[in-house]
Design a protein around this ligand. Sequence first.
Ligand SMILES: [Mg+2]
Length: 202
Amino acid sequence: MSAVESQGSNGLQPAVFLDRDGVLNQERGYLHTLEDLELISGAAEAVRRLNERGLFTVLVSNQSGPARGYYPLEHVEALHRRLAMLLKTEADAWLDRVLFAPTLGPDEGGTQAGYSYWSAWRKPNTGMLVAAAWRFDIDLRQSFMVGDKATDVDLARNAGCRGILVETGFGTQVRTGQYQYRVEPDYLASDLSKAVDWILGH
Ligand SMILES: [Mg+2]
């Protein structure tokens, strides 16, 4: 089924928004070298199942490394080229769009000129989802957000999507209250593959 065929009666399409670290690739903190980015087992195959269904798939990621002075913006873009290559190589899968927020307010640790300001794009603010919805005719109420942090589930709530917490990355610690804070996702999935099972059931 194509994306066009999956459009609803309002002419808008559903989308699946995916967090990056701890959902697609192993959570290893800030990825200072490209080789630090390694896929979680089964993640590429899960993305391919979304592609096959014609579901518009968008990466939405907080990447404050440039604002903190850890590495330049070009490094984040190089990481995303590697991510795309790994998805393609492993399962012939792709992301329809890659969005990320490289900014951070000075009160939160932003130090670098040009990147140190509050932005509506930084999760759990809804900027990335709203921008994608406007640009690609997405119905957020029919869409899904998959993440491993409480802030990803809050983002889903804030944007009116269904929020799925995966237990990879920080997910298990979020579920038990050891990291960030407890949240009540619409669905708790052991990993992205299980999350996609639930999404495709809707
Ligand atoms: Mg994450």
